[in-house]
Write a protein that binds this ligand. Sequence first.
Ligand code: SF4
Ligand code: SF4
Length: 376
Amino acid sequence: MKIDPKTFTKDYLLHLCIQCGTCTGGCPVKYRSPLNMRRLVRETYFTDPFPSLSKRAEIWACTTCSTCSLRCPSGVKNVELLMAIRNYLANKGEVPSTIRDALENTLMQGNPWGRFRDRRADWAKALGVKIFGEATSETLFYVGCAPSYDPRVQRVATALVKIFQNAGVDFAILGKKESCCGNEIRRMGEQALFKKLAKDNTILFKKLGIKKIITTSPHCYNAFQNEYPDLNLPVQHYTQVLVHLIETGHLHFSKELGTSVTYHDPCFLGKQNKVFEEPRKILASIPQCEFMEMERSRERSLCCEGGGGRMWAEGGTEGKRNAEIRIREAVSLGAKTLATACPFCLLTFEDSVKTSGLADQIAVKDIAELVDETTK
Ligand code: SF4
Ligand code: SF4
């Protein structure tokens, strides 16, 4: 969708928004920041386009979880509005320094952390993975930035490689040629950089003859599936692939898990892309995996606050983090493992399980790790 801040002024907002406050009511950071989406919509109507919003930290508190947009009875595209405001600020150079660094890093090294591009595939060296350029395949396993560089999430990428190899899936990775998908870049307001990433990645995928893409992260899945205008390739989040491998008999469980597990729906997989069943089907297939559902699940899942550039933002929120609240929900349910299917959720939960002092009561795992443990 083309972002034009003026789209969100008089014609759009005055006629659509009824100021009911549903957006603010459902916002997961409403207790942790001054962010008030209903007020923001109203204020945006009275400013042209957004000059008075320049210095307000709350603009960077939004996780772009989309709860507001999905619940708005009038169909206001609240998250697009928020991103348009951030785009306006980014074009004026008025972004927090940590966000600016993440954007510059992505431009220079192809990832928001600024890790060396040449080391992007180091995690895969001992795994015997095919890399485009040296080998070929019709299926791209698009690893993503966090699974390529973060040691905790590298374990998820490694688990997925082992599962795919175990199930006889033919695939290759891009190695040093892989660049950020741009999902978070767009949400941090850098529309021009997102467009460049989308264009360059699309050209690369087509040049390599890729026919199908599998992603580790729901954020990459969202970008490829919904926001790359010229990609037109089938894209699957890995949970969708694993369900297919299990149901078609390509993946066999050989061990019992022997513990209780609850599942946290990542916003970009669940509410935003309606992938609710596949993760649950996988967990139901694992032998001796006692599944427990949290009350706030599926569309009502509580955002962990890892999306929308919050991984690189500092400040804008205070008080107990949602990820810690979520850990406590899982512990009070009696689950011994909190499973998720997103690198950002995994990292925020791993952090919160330590800061909340509950690491001896509950483990945080990605579903891929649970499958890898039980299919060896
Ligand atoms: S939920 Fe929609 S209609 Fe209600 S205040 Fe928010 S933007 Fe306006
Ligand atoms: S996208 Fe999520 S965090 Fe941002 S304003 Fe909407 S409900 Fe709040």
